[in-house]
Design a protein around this ligand. Structure first.
Ligand SMILES: Nc1ncnc2c1ncn2[C@@H]1O[C@H](COP(=O)(O)OP(=O)(O)OP(=O)(O)O)[C@@H](O)[C@H]1O
Ligand SMILES: [Mg+2]
Length: 402
């Protein structure tokens, strides 16, 4: 924000206003899309006051500037939790700058190099009354839980990249997310989604473990870090807490709050068994069991599947074979493993160490560094298949309800 804008906010005036809004109101509502497009060049300049358009508040701010951060926080306090705030920032802002702005209260941070078309799409997405922007009030997003048969087999890789692909990004450079996706690291002790996405640990789950309170919608919304891709992420805490320090009702509250505001909630489970896992599985629309085909992994997968499905009869479990591309014909040990698990191997993810390594080194999903790799393409296909299956299931449930 500029000095002028800071004053506007600091004095508590309605920040809705000047330049661009002036143009929009002169031309009337029908001219909103062009007005959005005119807004962008304004936001690229250094002088810009916050302005309100179609229920969205837009302003320029830099994450490296403490005064800007204070102004954003003040704007958030004054405008209330529900007010969409879009910060336009320099294209060379670091991820930490983006994070600081998000933490201060920005709903979305947009680089000032976006095209008018993308900017328009982003603003449309945040319009409070846009039906595609948020699940309908009575609709809960789908919960996809990712578990593993052994440590290191690839469940975090699946969770992170599946969540990223479920955004269904379109437009130039695939920047506009069509869906709202939350990614939650419930591996509270050893979770490393933070490293996968170059994000800091988040103490929200530790706080819950310590204070024993059930999280409300505001707590959950504030705990989430929103990436420029649109993905909302809750990383694991840096502080060590015993796995069972969290209560089932707390985890239930967390997931329910996220389901109300997202189309998909992707959960990365810890390896151990703990009683709050029931609260996750009760809400799971899909459980993806990531495994490899080694005999100990298959045996362990079977034990876990039996344990989970005993207490959750309708749980839809799908097997994800990692480190192996789908063979033309199943080999004998594959068939034997399917028999042990009493279910087909639904998804196969090829071994692709260079793509996996490149993504880890850069702290970005595969789509950001190795989008053409077989691994990335296979996960993208898997995400589309899952999204379609969940949508038809929901459509069938609706028809049955009528
Ligand atoms: N298909 C793959 N091809 C190549 N490398 C992979 C593949 N899937 C995962 N990896 C790599 O394997 C390592 C472990 O993966 P990941 O952290 O996703 O496993 P995990 O099951 O979540 O492990 P943990 O038990 O530590 O939580 C990572 O270095 C990851 O990049
Ligand atoms: Mg993991």
């Amino acid at each position: 924000m500029t000095e002028h804008a800071r004053n506007t906010v600091a004095e508590g005036h309605d920040p809705g206003a000047p330049l661009v809004l002036g143009q929009a109101s002169r031309t009337g509502l029908a001219a909103v899309p062009p007005a959005w497009q005119e807004a962008l060049p304004e936001m690229r300049g250094t002088v810009q006051e916050p302005f309100r358009m179609d229920g969205v508040l837009i302003f320029r701010a830099e994450g490296g500037d403490e005064r800007d951060l204070e102004a954003v926080a003040k704007l958030r306090r004054e405008a209330g939790e529900k007010q969409p705030l879009i910060a336009v920032t320099s294209a060379d802002a670091s991820l930490s700058d983006v994070r600081r702005l998000t933490r201060a209260g920005a709903s979305e941070v947009v680089p000032d190099t976006v095209t008018s078309e993308e900017f328009h799409e982003i603003c449309q997405k945040w319009r409070p009354e846009t039906p595609a922007a948020a699940p309908e009030a009575d609709r809960m997003g789908s919960v996809i839980v990712v578990g593993k048969s052994r440590g290191g087999v690839g469940s975090t890789t699946v969770a992170v990249n599946l969540a990223d692909e479920l955004l269904g990004r379109s437009g130039t450079f695939r920047k506009s997310a069509q869906k709202r996706v939350a990614l939650v690291d419930l591996d509270i002790q050893l979770g490393d989604i933070g490293s996968f996405l170059d994000l800091d640990p988040n103490e929200a789950l530790y706080e819950l473990a310590v204070n024993g309170k059930e999280p409300d919608a505001t707590f959950v919304a504030q705990a989430m870090t929103r990436l420029p891709s649109g993905l909302s992420v809750l990383t694991a805490p840096a502080h060590f807490a015993p796995l069972d320090a969290l209560k089932p009702a707390q985890i239930a509250g967390l997931i329910d709050a996220l389901r109300k505001t997202h189309d998909y909630v992707v959960v990365d489970l810890p390896g151990g068994l703990v009683d709050w896992i029931d609260a996750v599985l009760e809400r799971a629309d899909r459980f993806l069991m990531v495994t490899d085909c080694a005999v100990p992994s298959i045996r362990q997968a079977r034990r876990l599947i039996d344990f989970f499905s005993d207490s959750h009869l309708g749980l839809k479990i799908e097997i994800v074979v990692n480190h192996e591309a789908k063979p033309m014909l199943l080999r004998r040990h594959h068939a034997a493993a399917e028999k042990v698990l009493e279910r087909e191997f639904r998804h196969w993810l090829p071994d692709d160490p260079s793509a996996a390594r490149a993504a880890l080194d850069r702290g970005v999903p595969l789509s950001g560094i190795a989008a053409r790799s077989r691994l990335s393409k296979t996960i993208a296909r898997m995400a589309r298949g899952l999204a379609d299956a969940l949508a038809s299931r929901e459509a069938a449930a609706r028809t049955a309800a009528h």
